[in-house]
Structure formats: structure tokens, C-alpha cells
Design a protein around this ligand. Structure first.
Ligand SMILES: *Cc1c(COP(=O)(O)O)cnc(C)c1O
Length: 360
């Protein structure tokens, strides 16, 4: 079988090694005579998978003491609601930085539950840039500041993170988690749907500072309370066992790539290849994001005309490329080059882009 050049935005490419291992172990997990999916989530075999996934994530990121790693469901989208349910008290203000569609959605859920403020927005420029961290000033009585670390649709990414002293910083890292080294202690809560960089859809990873969990209102639904999941080690209800298992295989793979340092180096090389191709195309390809806000995960670009864009996408499909159409809200093209997209796919894309330009 020839693997596709998979540039899907999510769900997206998984490492072939991970898929092979999942296949080998699929029917008879660790000689249990059962598939992992058939095991009780209270079984010894599953418990080992669950614990290993938590400890590997802590090890890979160097997560300090005083943080919980949770495996939840409902995607990153449920976090948009859980955050205000848990942390937006009546006399407080949820602060949001708008850098794209996902931060808008996060804000919208908070607006239903309490007071909010937009402390910065790049909407007027079609979300081409990330605001400078110095320019961000939280409101009085800020409950937290929420950012989207990588904007999957517009192709922008925070290059450094703001610091606000005692005000908790919360980040939606769905599309760049585990793509580079991050100092977790800068954040009070990080969340990410798994289906971009961590594994299959179905599990959402939350890394949360325990201090934040002390004062959660008791009148919110049990399942939406972070304390419920922290107290029960993410086994309050049946977790998505298969997704967590594949996540644990992805973590093994990350370690085998030299951890975050190895992954980050490779991601830099991949992104450089494609941005260089765009920059050296004499304006044939134009990047959507401003240079200093470019994402290393989602590369967004346009062609001179709508007609050429259509032709580009249809010819790319013929050549085995998948997922290069831009999001419907931005148009143009997008190459999502998450961790598991091999550099060979990026090289093939650059060759295709150069050939297409020469022929058109
Ligand atoms: C994909 C994505 C989401 C939505 O994730 P779901 O798991 O589908 O809810 C939210 N935020 C960002 C930044 C994303 O890339």
C-alpha cells in the first residue's frame, strides 16, 4: 500500500509505527485473549495503559509537581464550556484573546455563563497575526486569560506566551500540543482534542494546575467539574479506552523521535521547506499569516486566482495529496503538517508546488 500524502487538518496523520503496533496488538492485547476495546476500564491491563499515558506525558513535557493530567471527552469544544463553568465566578471577568474561529467559539460559551471581555483581537485583519504579548492587559477582576496557541484555520501561532502574574493563563493547544518544548508552569490549564497531534479523536487531554481546582462551584453538573475527574484519575465514567491506548503509543513514538526537542527540530525543518517555497515563488503563492505569526503546524496560502486554486487542489488530489483545500471560512489552501506528517510528504508537496507554478 502506498501511504497518502496526508495534510488533513484533523483528524490527521498518525505515525505508521503507531498504526502498525496498534494492528499487531489489536485482537489479542498483551495475551489477554481480548482486544483492548473489550477490556474493562477497571482491569489491570487497561490500568497500565492509562497510568503509562499519564506518566509519559508528564515525562515528555517535564510537567512540574502540582499539575493533574486528565483524559476527558467532548473534544476541545466541551472545554469551551467547562472552563467558564468551573472558573468564571459571578463577580469575575473571563478575558479572551481572539485570534481565530476557535477562540471566538470559546468566548461564545463563556458569554452564556458570565461576564467576559475581549482584551485583544486581530479579527479586523482576517486574523493574520497574533498580538504582541506586551500589548495585552487583563481587565480588573480577571478570572483568567484564555488564548488559542495555534490557530488551525488561519495558520497563525503564538511564538511566545504572555505572563500575567496571579491571573491564570489558559490555552487551547489542540493543534500544536506536543509540537515543541513548552514551559508548562507558565499555564494554569492547557487543553487539546487529541485528533491533531496526540492520537485519534475521542479523548481530550487537560493539563491543569491543582491550585485552580480548590474553589469550584458545587452547583455545576458533576461530569463538568474538573474535580470529579481529578479525584477519580479520569475514571469517573468510562473513558475512551482505545483512544487513550493509541495516545500512549503516540507518546512512545514521540520519545523515540528524541522527545520534544527531536520533534521540534523536525517540525522546524518541515515548516521551513514549505514557507521557503512560498517566499521564493515571486508572489505566486502568498502566505495568509504575517511572517512573525506563522504557524509551524498549519500553513495557509493563496494562489493568484480562484480558478488556479481549484486547479491546484484537483491536480494535487490526482498526485496523492490529501487535505490541501483551505477551511471554508478562509479559502485558499492549507497544509497541516502535524508531528506525524513525514518530512518526505513536505518535500513532495514543495516539488508539486514548484512544478505547478512552472506550468501555470
Ligand atoms: C480542532 C480544534 C478545536 C475543536 O476540537 P474538537 O475536539 O473537535 O472539539 C478547538 N480548538 C482548536 C485550536 C482546534 O484546532
Amino acid at each position: 500500500m502506498k501511504r497518502a500524502y496526508n495534510f488533513n487538518a484533523g483528524p490527521s496523520a498518525l505515525p505508521l509505527d503507531v498504526l502498525n503496533r496498534a494492528q499487531e496488538e489489536f485482537i489479542n492485547f498483551k495475551n489477554s485473549g481480548m482486544a483492548l476495546m473489550e477490556l474493562s476500564h477497571r482491569s489491570k491491563e487497561y490500568d497500565q495503559v492509562h497510568e503509562k499515558a499519564i506518566s509519559d506525558l508528564k515525562e515528555i513535557y517535564g510537567i512540574p509537581e502540582g499539575y493533574e493530567v486528565l483524559f476527558l471527552q467532548g473534544g476541545a469544544s466541551l472545554q469551551f464550556s467547562m472552563i467558564p463553568f468551573n472558573f468564571l465566578k459571578p463577580n469575575k471577568v473571563g478575558n479572551y484573546v481572539l485570534t481565530g474561529t476557535w477562540s471566538e467559539k470559546a468566548l461564545k460559551e463563556a458569554q452564556k455563563l458570565g461576564q467576559t471581555a475581549v482584551i485583544s483581537s486581530s479579527e479586523e485583519s482576517s486574523y493574520r497575526y497574533i498580538p504582541s504579548t506586551d500589548a495585552l492587559v487583563p481587565t480588573e477582576d480577571a478570572a483568567y486569560v484564555h488564548i488559542t496557541s495555534n490557530n488551525t484555520i488561519y495558520g497563525t501561532q503564538w511564538q511566545e506566551y504572555p505572563e500575567f502574574g496571579n491571573i491564570p493563563l489558559i490555552a487551547d493547544m489542540s493543534s500544536d500540543i506536543l509540537s515543541k518544548k513548552v514551559d508548562i508552569s507558565q499555564f494554569s490549564l492547557i487543553y487539546a482534542g487529541a485528533q491533531k497531534n496526540l492520537g485519534p479523536s475521542g479523548v481530550t487531554v487537560v493539563i491543569v494546575k491543582k491550585d485552580l481546582l480548590h474553589d469550584i462551584p458545587g452547583n455545576i453538573p458533576t461530569i463538568l467539574n474538573y474535580q470529579t475527574h481529578a479525584k477519580n484519575n479520569s475514571l469517573y465514567n468510562t473513558p475512551p479506552t482505545f483512544s487513550i491506548y493509541v495516545l500512549s503509543l503516540v507518546l512512545d513514538w514521540v520519545k523515540a523521535q528524541g522527545g520534544l526537542e527531536g520533534i521540534e527540530n523536525l517540525n522546524n525543518r518541515k515548516a521551513d521547506l514549505i514557507y521557503q517555497c512560498i517566499d521564493q515563488s515571486n508572489g505566486f503563492y502568498k502566505g495568509h499569516a504575517d511572517d512573525n505569526s506563522r504557524s509551524k503546524m498549519n500553513i495557509t496560502f493563496t494562489l493568484p486566482t480562484e480558478e488556479l486554486t481549484k486547479k491546484f487542489i484537483s491536480q494535487s488530489k490526482e498526485k496523492g495529496f490529501v487535505g490541501l483545500a483551505g477551511h471554508r471560512s478562509v479559502g485558499g489552501c492549507r497544509a497541516s503538517i502535524y508531528n506525524a506528517v513525514p518530512i518526505e510528504s513536505c518535500e513532495a508537496l514543495v516539488k508539486f508546488m514548484n512544478d505547478f507554478k512552472a506550468n501555470n
